[in-house]
Design a protein around this ligand. Sequence first.
Ligand code: NAD
Length: 280
Amino acid sequence: MTRIIDGKAISAQIKEELKVRVSELKKEGKDICLAVIQVGSDPASSVYVNNKKRACEFIGIRSLSYELEENTSEEKLLEMIHELNDRADVNGILVQLPLPEHINEDKILKAIHPKKDVDGFHPQNVGALCIGELGFVSCTPAGIIQLLKRSGVEIEGKECVIIGRSNIVGKPMAMLLLRENGTVTVTHSRTRNLKEVCRRADILVVAIGKPKMITKEYVKEGAVVIDVGIHRNENNKLCGDVDYDDVAPICSAITPVPGGVGPMTIAMLMHNCVESIKLQ
Ligand code: NAD
């Protein structure tokens, strides 16, 4: 029988654990504070920002909210980040993406102090991950490792195939699976014989950004399938990069969309905020 990996339940468990940890830290006089910056009022971004603020509240992390006008200059945003970098009471800084076109995203992400970069996007943290040093890890792939571990999926020695090589999912995912002693293959839009490569996988992580592209022809019987994609289909219902109804019957475990990887991203952001105390 196919096991449904319940990201909602696992993320709730992680948030409960973090809540306990935060209350212990409070007793030691350590308060955690996350600054969240949103530029413009993109509705999807506002939903993400509100979810992050709600998670902070639940766990006992103080959140500072900065809602800037769409036409805020890059200079002004950089100035704000520098100020937050210097503030001893701020542990984490998060700039909600995407940013308006006139702002250079790369420049902004690099301006966040690596020790406050709770999204794990700064090159210093990416480098730390590559060489196995302590640092913040990108939340979505870190969440996937938690999903696998807490569902009892062994990674060591397994054939792990990732579809997608983005900086925030595919590449850090490869590093994390490697750290867990998986045998890792990263595939992308120029990969030849994608179906054959994917059919080698014991663990298949799909982060393509194409609704329902992965059908059972890409999946080995008994594989564990992790679907990172999030899309709205023609009926306004959420779906992933995996054609769930087609694939689920042949795999041993699969993440649904919604309720799989999605909730883990915020849980791991909260984890990173709590970890920031160790790094600072
Ligand atoms: P991206 O667009 O940055 O990267 C997509 C990758 O897929 C690229 O590396 C590309 O080479 C590869 N690709 C594209 N077409 C392909 C094809 N036909 N065959 C093989 N590979 C192909 O996307 P991303 O930021 O990594 O996100 C991927 C998906 O995950 C999106 O649907 C996104 O919305 C979702 N996502 C979800 C979460 C979450 O919290 N659940 C977080 C981040 C991203």
